[in-house]
Design a protein around this ligand. Sequence first.
Ligand code: TXA
Ligand code: MG
Length: 327
Amino acid sequence: MLLPATKENIEKAAGIIAAGGIVAFPTETVYGLGANAKNPSAVKKIFAAKGRPATNPLIVHISDYREIAQVASLPDRGHILENLDKLKHLWPGPLSVVLPKRGDIPDEVTAGRYSVAVRIPSHPVALALIRAAKCPIAAPSANRSDYVSPTTAQHVEQDIGQNINCILDGGQCSGGLESTVISLIEKTPVLLRPGLISKESLEAILGPVHIGYSETPIGAAASPGMSNKHYSPRTKLVFESDIPSEASALRLGLIALGPTEGLLAKYKFEKITALSTSGSLEDACSKLYATLREMDTAQLDLIVVQSCAESGIGLAIMDRLKRAASK
Ligand code: TXA
Ligand code: MG
């Protein structure tokens, strides 16, 4: 059921969550699929609806920093608290922080780990929903597991609409890429997933940050969600530099991130989308997943994508594209 995110419908969705149901809702990054984080049987429904492996832990969303004690077990001093203090001004926003978990956060949420990822989203609908539900909300991205994350309510409906109680439609997500995940458990913080908050900006605040995900997308990572199967369209995707020799005989799509003259002279593309006409990588992020989905329904044999520099949010864009290309 797709409902416009009005005040009444947010109340209704909050009622569903409080009663142990699951609801899809917009955040500033991508749509999430939420349940009461303290209700193990509700949380299990998320995994069933997405076909998500139980080994991949969820992010717990709260609406205010004061609620963090409902989720995390914070020491009263030491490096965890010091680093959290330095980062908390980035909330509400696209940052998830891995902290020691509180005892009553079910193993279903954390996949049996002693840590929990916490985030305060900035989207007003997400914040209103958490407040109205009066509980922390565990929520992964609201896509079928291993597919591209949803940035509109329609994407959610197409993927898992029949499996869930309701979808709050808040329009298109502005950010378009999942939150940055950083673990503060270790003395030197560990970046578990690059995202809209860049590694450089985190290092400017925290000092050195280790990379904790596999940069060549293979195998299990410290953050299990960072496996190569993620973020992939069904249609094969390659970078411009890896176009196979038989490509001229194939139906091609092009996702452009830079100048295209050379490519257009050499190949015929059935469909071309420029991710950013302004050259801004923020614009590219906000269009990336919708573009991958559109290309995937265009009956192409091969999607060609251009690369960008792996700095700032370019690191996150390239991370997702490499995973999509590695399938
Ligand atoms: O932007 C986002 O983060 C969106 C919106 C809905 O908030 N959520 C999202 O959730 O992308 P999901 O489940 O698709 O990705 C969560 C990531 C996964 O890579 C997961 O392995 C990691 O966070 N994660 C969660 N809890 C963790 C923990 N305790 N330790 C290490 N990694 C964790
Ligand atoms: Mg996801």
